[in-house]
Design a binder for this molecule. Sequence first.
Ligand code: ATP
Length: 242
Amino acid sequence: MSKVLEINSLNYKKNNKLILKDINLSLDNGKIIGLLGANGAGKTTLMRLISGVNAKTSGQIAVAGVDSKAARKSCVSATYSLTSFNKGAGEKNTKVKDVVKFYIDIYPDFSFEKYQAMAKFLEIPCDDKLVNLSTGTGEKLEIALTLARQVPLYLLDEPLNGVDIMARKKIIKSIIQWKGDDSTIIISSHYVKEISSLLDDVVILKDQTVYQVSPVEDIQAKYHLGIEDYYEKVYEGGLDDE
Ligand SMILES: Nc1ncnc2c1ncn2[C@@H]1O[C@H](COP(=O)(O)OP(=O)(O)OP(=O)(O)O)[C@@H](O)[C@H]1O
């Protein structure tokens, strides 16, 4: 199986503070991977380093074999906060369809057809202003925009935050439905139980580094625990390795 992501000896410091240390990660193509970790563990930071938004302090990151920061950006589609579309004066009238047009204009790999199918399923209105979208609809829009690009690697950072149970279920269904066989999705979420049915593998961040990378079925076979219970035990330090 080909590797979609290879990270070697990655370190990241911000304002002299070590945020991530000695990250080593090698992920196969075609999977859905849960990136789990407590608040502040570094999930968002790691995603920003992979997508090339943040610059690493040291180490190597390659996505689908591509390691330059600029080239990596065209291999990765990451959820991007919509609030930045409303920052400038006079930008309060930005509509959903304006953001879709922006994506079409800047990403040659953006599939409007795929976006439309997802927008229909997720009931995303195209004429509404961004400022008027509910939190859940905003999250749905971020997911649809992100998955409508055709790239090897998708990064979904907390896509279920502030979203009600019905919308969470719909977002999870849409991720399953629109993930291509040749692509990989890394998803971070504190709703571990809800996303567990999606996941092939989990990556757990703890103490500023990768604590574990494992197929979900290996964890279930070895510990006889669901992912949520296993993850809690990792953080509580209560795992019996027998
Ligand atoms: N601009 C910054 N300057 C200094 N420290 C930062 C900065 N951004 C993040 N950090 C620190 O980096 C660490 C990792 O933060 P990050 O947001 O990546 O964690 P996270 O796992 O995504 O957390 P959460 O689950 O709360 O979203 C935290 O200790 C945070 O305080």
